[in-house]
Design a protein around this ligand. Sequence first.
Ligand SMILES: [Zn+2]
Ligand SMILES: [Zn+2]
Ligand SMILES: [Zn+2]
Length: 581
Amino acid sequence: MKSCLAAILLAIVPVAAPVRAADPAPHRGTTLRVGLWTLWHDKEITVSPTPGTKASLRLCEACPAVSLAKSEQIHANGDRLKLTSGSQAQTVSLAGAITLAAHGESLTLHTPLRISARNGELILTVTLPVEMYVERVVASESGPADSAESLKALAIVVRSFALHQQHGHAEYDLCDSTHCQLLHWGSLGSRRAAAHAATLATAGETLWYHGQRAAAWFHQNCGGRTASPDEVWAGAANRGPMPWLASRADPYCTTGGAREWSASLSFADLTAVLAGAGLARPGWETLTVSRRGGSGRAAMLLIGASEVNAEEFRLAVGRAMGWGKILSNWFEVTRQGDQFIFHGRGSGHGVGLCQAGAAEMAEKGREAGQILAQYFPGAGAVDETTGLAWQTVRGQDFVLETLTAKDAGFLPQMNQALAEAEERSGLRVEGTFTVRAFRSTEAFREGTLVPGWVAAFTEENWVGTQPLATLRARKLLGPVLRHEFLHVLVERQAGANAPLWLREGLVESWAGGTTSRRAPPGLKLEQAEAWLADAASEAESEAAHEVAGWYAGRLLERFGRAQVLVWLRDGVPATALATIR
Ligand SMILES: [Zn+2]
Ligand SMILES: [Zn+2]
Ligand SMILES: [Zn+2]
């Protein structure tokens, strides 16, 4: 899957963080503190600098940062840390590219890590931008049945869960296990690209209900009817009514028949699980459902003489015996000799978005907004900071997404920019693409994780821009849009072997910007390619664009448009490049 990050370079200076909406939100700020390897209970960890990069270490919050030149082993010693170098510390903070090793696993992080200890166990806390967190969770929690629209709905739910609720951890906002939302730290493999697209397409969007931030959950499969929170979680009623989470029939996840399961647990195993979790003392003989919730799920169990919350029972069995036994609380239970036989339907707690149903809705052509309306009736996705809904305005072959109705006034200029891009390249848009105009430079940076000096960028059929009014005020609206629309056209033609410099260079060349110089540039094409993929500064990016434009312009002059378009698909032969070097 191609993914071109194409920036036009302008000195758009990042502005200070805007004043947040007055409506109280549990989470403020643009990063999340996420517990790393929380199920491992590591007692020691090795931290190493990643070769060829810089990493630093601080031995207290106010201490000066020192370069991490070699590996350090860090042990938990009660509530303090002991380092192999002999130092002791309450906390160790690391920044830069660090490689971590513990419990036979290793991981390279590029985000800040804080290490502390409690009761002889390490507490590892990673600070992640919100959107990076969402992308990783969507990749970790999604399944093979998901497609673009179900992933967008999931991204909005994941973001809402992270930002709108407290999760009961003292040292961080969220853990990386299913207690909160599962997050894989290593390579995300084949799921990464789709999770990235879904996260970007919904950047900053969360679930709201009538002007209030709404709590949101998701689960694998509701079995045909979702659960309301109060039938699953003791104490949910204390949070006040959550009408958008009312139990609802789900005709989608049952399209091919409801998911059913059964499990057999021995009396001895159950006795051990219940005693270990402090739910029932040995000596019990009977296990029955004593109360069911509105959806039919077991809410309370009677185990011997003890009333036990069914969700606590399910979690206790899961922790002790694995999560594949009692898949949901929607079960019947009978005793046969020494065995308790459970027959149930669905998988997971059943509250909120049903992933199986969402995938099926997407398969049937429903959009993310319709999926959210099915699982969160009355609620919808809006911009987390302002509470405003994204509006869509149709242009020529594109949809403009904006929070500002005034942006519709820019449509004539946008249509003109697209017409110019088509005319200059000789390419035509087939189908439609999306232009998402952010409301501020800050929102653009937080939503896309792209630096503030970038005016706009394109990934496949999606263009993200700084505020259109800002671009217009700098007389850049036409050039920036023309440039990005050329990217949309070029990306559709580009094959897997097309180098970034050719994709960027054709855009530069057709946009008619920086390619007037006749002498070959000093910068090597290989260096330009690397900087196009990952520029450390505006200057590097600018230099790389210029080189790319020069080479693409020469290829067009010498070999003609038709031939260069073939190379855009198949890759450029070295012999052709040699003639213009
Ligand atoms: Zn570009
Ligand atoms: Zn958690
Ligand atoms: Zn369902």
